[in-house]
Design a binder for this molecule. Structure first.
Ligand code: SF4
Length: 187
């Protein structure tokens, strides 16, 4: 059974707006400088039982301030078989937009998806994917919503449709000087 480390009922650092974050256990990337090495163990934290999931859905639906839900970890793609039904249930029962952080690159996931269609199904359910491992040498405080500059903020649905990586353009303003304050928040 999928394990989770913790949930944050309201956070502004795991994606745009006020979000409910769910940190899932299990990660195989072992990034140097990982913010959360205890999350590597898939049995860390507590089991994400149907009861817990029910509680999460209720908390999300009871909070009118929320803009979306974020899955992080660990790496939610560590266990695609068990992550898929959880993602579907949260998405369908809350109607929230979904962000997901993964240590795999989008290209890695497509490759893995050739053998495991659940990975592609997951990508179809996610609105924004923040991809790639954390690279200590590329750590930057300037890239909001990402830990290192190699990581990308991707629209996976559009990327699948167009068969190429489509970044979420609003987080990559072309001319920093001309951008308004709201856009500058994302640089
Ligand atoms: S992908 Fe994230 S959780 Fe996994 S080792 Fe890298 S930084 Fe840590």
């Amino acid at each position: 059974m999928l394990h989770y480390l913790y949930t944050y009922p309201e956070t502004i650092v795991d994606g745009e707006g006020i979000r409910y974050s769910i940190y899932l256990a299990g990660c195989s990337h072992r990034c140097k400088g990982c913010h959360n090495p205890e999350s590597w163990n898939p049995k860390a934290g507590k089991p994400l039982t149907q009861e817990v999931l029910e509680q999460i859905v209720q908390e999300i639906n009871a909070n009118p301030l929320l803009d979306g839900v974020t899955f992080s970890g660990g790496d939610p793609f560590y266990n695609p078989e068990e992550f898929l039904p959880v993602l579907k249930e949260v998405s369908q029962r809350t109607g929230m937009n979904i962000w997901c952080y993964t240590g795999f690159t989008y290209e890695n996931l497509l490759k893995l998806g050739e053998a495991n269609p659940k990975i592609i199904e997951l990508l179809k359910q996610i609105d924004v994917l923040v991809d790639g491992p954390f690279i200590l040498d590329k750590k930057s405080y300037d890239c909001v919503f990402r830990g290192s500059t190699n990581q990308r903020i991707i629209d996976p649905k559009e990327s699948l449709k167009k068969k190429k990586v489509c970044l979420v353009e609003k987080y990559y303003p072309k001319d920093k000087k001309k951008n308004n304050k709201r856009e500058r928040m994302y640089i």
